[in-house]
Ligand binder design. Sequence first.
Ligand code: LRH
Ligand code: MN
Ligand code: MN
Length: 430
Amino acid sequence: MTEEMIGADVVARHNESRLAALRTDYESLGERLDRRGIAIDDIRDRVAGFSVAVPSWGVGTGGTRFARFPGTGEPRHIFDKLEDCAVINELTRATPNVSLHIPWDKTEPAKLIEAGERLGLGFDAMNSNTFSDAPGQAHSYKFGSLSHTDRATREQAVAHNIECIEIGKAIGSKALTVWIGDGSNFPGQASFAKSFERYLSAMKDVVKALPEDWRVFTEHKMFEPAFYSTVVQDWGTNYLIAQELGPKAFCLVDLGHHAPNVNIEMIVSRLIQFRKLGGFHFNDSKYGDDDLDAGAIDPYRLFLVFNELVDAELAGAEGFHPAHMLDQSHNVTDPIESLMVSANEVRRAYALALLVDRNALSAHQDANDALMASETLKQAFRTDVEPILAMARLEAGGAIDPVAAFREAGYRARVAAIRPAVAGGSGGIV
Ligand code: LRH
Ligand code: MN
Ligand code: MN
């Protein structure tokens, strides 16, 4: 029996007052979609089958490089974090898996399994951390980790990644995500070629430890914490890595890790075409790695990314099963609310992309009718699919309006009474 964090009665009460309006809206949208030759129930079923993993580190308040302003009832440890993640899934029914970060979430695997079973949660990709020093570790990552000039430091970073795989194996994960902060701050500080060579060699040792049915996702990021050069800085380098590391290696696209205005949807298309798209960290940004909620700044771009994903899905692209994860940081919102909104935004982008008239789009492309091609995408994007998302949640036992239900349930006040307040302070980067 799954332990409920919110309670089915609270959710039922919440839904009751909204049910009639939702049915009317769903029916009316169904009629309009029908005129476009789209069966609304098919879209609802696909949306219901779409999930996105929640990052364990996302349920705490993040910070900037300058300051951290904690909220009330912040999770004290991984078990509190898992309870918060369970709330998100109970209300959205879109996030049945959690992505762990080691050593932040390090604990006995048996206890993780027990908590996961109790809360109805599974575990998605494991994330290693060689971008900060853990207490007591022998060698510092100040000047790098997997690409460090010192062999012992590289070996320590490899051993840490292997430890993440071991924990993941015990709890049912099937992937390891590796993001490193390695890079340089001054021209001349590091040899680009030698650093990359050392990184590739270390990663080959990590790949050797992967079980048969596992994948490794390497995550690129243009800058930060290194401000002059970064070892795994863009999708080109990431693609080279995936090629060098072989069939278990794939590229992870964190939407916030690109220069402003970069055409991310085109990167996604390229990686799909060459079978190296591993998955996503969804978030949004205006300037850099802002880690804002998915779709908060540019929902059209999120839709265009999903347009590529749906295109590949419907075409039955071989070996196409990208991992969907959120990765965001919250400074001014309740993290649970933000993650619920993001999960819904990701589903919205998926639903909207399913509405694209692909035959028409393809014909407009062939006829070089730029205007109508663009309008075909816009027609889908302009549709309000909220009734579809809400119906998918409702039928799976979730809330019609997850944020309102969360507030009605008084969960944050309840945990604030148990979890001691955390002191604020100076920032950290993630
Ligand atoms: C780096 C990153 C990466 C880390 C996470 C905490 O900016 O996106 O995925 O693991 O943030
Ligand atoms: Mn990320
Ligand atoms: Mn990031």
